[in-house]
Write a protein that binds this ligand. Structure first.
Ligand code: AMP
Length: 469
């Protein structure tokens, strides 16, 4: 049963009239309707000439029909290629040129309507574990975006591991407010719900008021750190509102320890942070039953082999395991560069493991700053800045500097006295690590998954030291 569709459908409830989606207008979409929609889509794309292995792209706003298309594409043995609806025509041109999808869908409900005429596909097209199920373009902040090739086997392994790790049951209700063009909302969230036949409170996007009311009917929420900071900023988000929930999961970007602490103070619940990426879905997770340590992303999932490059204490994280992708689409050179000779994927994230085996992430290797020949790890400075009065959050980057090669710049949400803050950093850190400038802003640029876009900050402040300042 290597077609991922079959594994997911095996989790659907025996009584297919049960809801798969609880919509904000009070209506529901049953598992029967989801299954029928997927069968129609599979039938329709086959009529349109899509063969196993062909790519089908979907660039559309989030919808139930979008999920039917995802499942229908899997069922037909084709390869699902989700694209952010916010991509411009020029960006889409690149993906289409690279992936060469057989079909490019932009309007999911219209496609479903069209598919009603097709003969529904009864049985999923058999696939081997290593056959491609989905092509996910990395958000890649440098260079060309790469298509991570995820197989049926990769996705099945991760879905089963998470189902177990996070203790999903048919009694769960998952609050789904994530986009479905990214691994988090598409694979992590959907597969968790499907494998236990659980319904989802289905929100088109994150809206704090809607999420707060959805929590009353949910048991698990998956989010990115900004979901949690936005919830906390809303006084309606109270302990009573969260009391129906058994689990809040967070990932895709680092969760600030202050957010973790504030959330616990407000709700009495400890957010479960986990770490993942497009190339491997979820890699590590804090435990469901054991201690969830703020700042740590927990332990490698069962089957994941994780090591630090060169056997160093802190260094680039390398991983091997059943969910790790096999290659970047049509980039053999890039693929070869990013795997070690013994088959580990070089994640590009810098981290360490503590004596307990927990993993701590300190940033991206490419965000490393080299100032005056010294290595500066931005996370170390960000943690210090975040503790200072008046600072909500910070992002530290290196920009060209005439004397030092790169100069350390801190971009800070908040207000304060720049010189005093720099002096404080110089007291508490080796002086070469201290920011040479601190810039105060109202917000940091983030992508759709809440990741701070340091490349944009580097561009924005590229000229800061141009005059030797
Ligand atoms: P993407 O492939 O777009 O999902 O981005 C993956 C990257 O997000 C990882 O390589 C990490 O740099 C980052 N990331 C994901 N989860 C976490 C986390 N819990 N803490 C820190 N960084 C994370």
């Amino acid at each position: 049963m290597a077609n991922l569709y079959d594994l997911l459908a095996e989790g659907f409830p025996a009584d297919r009239s049960k809801p798969a989606f609880l919509l904000s207008d009070g209506s529901q979409v049953s598992y029967a309707a989801l299954e029928a929609g997927a069968a129609q889509v599979a039938g329709q794309i086959i009529v349109q000439g899509v063969e196993p292995g062909d790519r089908v792209a979907l660039q559309a706003e989030k919808s139930v029909e979008g999920v039917m298309i995802y499942l229908g594409v899997l069922k037909a043995g084709a390869v699902f290629l989700p694209l952010n609806a916010a991509y411009t025509a020029a960006e889409v041109d690149y993906f289409v040129g690279d992936a060469e999808p057989k079909l490019f869908l932009k309007d999911a409900p219209a496609f479903l309507a069209q598919a009603q005429a097709a003969e529904p596909l009864a049985a999923a097209v058999p696939r081997a574990e290593e056959d491609l199920a989905s092509l996910i373009y990395t958000s890649g902040t440098t260079g060309r975006s790469k298509g991570a090739m995820l197989s049926h086997g990769n996705l099945a392994a991760n879905a089963l591991a998470l189902h177990e790790a996070w203790g999903f049951t048919p009694d769960d209700v998952l609050l789904h407010a994530l986009p479905i063009f990214h691994v988090h909302g598409l694979f992590v969230a959907l597969h968790s719900a499907f494998l236990s036949g659980a319904p989802m409170v289905w929100l088109a996007k994150f809206d704090d008021a809607q999420v707060i009311s959805g929590l009353a009917h949910s048991t698990v929420m998956m989010g990115v750190p900004t979901f949690y900071t936005r919830l906390l900023a809303n006084p309606d988000f109270t302990k009573a509102r969260a009391q129906h929930m058994r689990l809040f999961i967070c990932g895709s970007a680092p969760l600030l320890e202050s957010t973790f602490a504030e959330f616990e103070a407000r709700t009495g619940m400890r957010i479960l942070e986990r770490y993942g990426m497009s190339e491997a879905v979820i890699i590590t997770s804090n435990p469901l039953a054991g201690e969830r340590v703020p700042g740590s992303v927990g332990y490698p999932l069962p089957g994941v082999d994780l090591r630090i490059a060169g056997g160093e204490e802190t260094g680039v994280i390398q991983i091997r395991g059943p969910s790790v992708f096999s290659a970047y689409w049509r980039m053999p050179q890039k693929t070869a560069e990013e795997f070690t000779a013994d088959g580990y994927f070089i994640t590009g994230d810098v981290g360490r493991r503590d004596p307990d085996g927990r993993v701590w992430i300190s940033g991206r290797a490419k965000d490393l700053i080299i100032s005056g020949g010294y290595n500066v790890y931005p996370k170390e400075i960000e943690l210090l800045l975040d503790e200072l009065a008046g600072v909500t959050e910070s992002a530290v980057v290196g920009v060209p500097h005439p004397d030092f090669g790169e100069g350390v710049v801190a971009v800070v949400i908040g207000a304060g006295d720049e010189a005093a803050m720099i002096a404080e950093c110089r007291c508490r850190l080796a002086p070469y690590k201290a920011p040479k400038r601190i810039v105060f802003v109202d917000e940091l640029p983030r992508n759709a998954m809440g990741k701070v876009q340091k490349n944009l900050l580097r561009d924005r402040y590229a000229g800061l030291f141009a005059a030797g300042g």
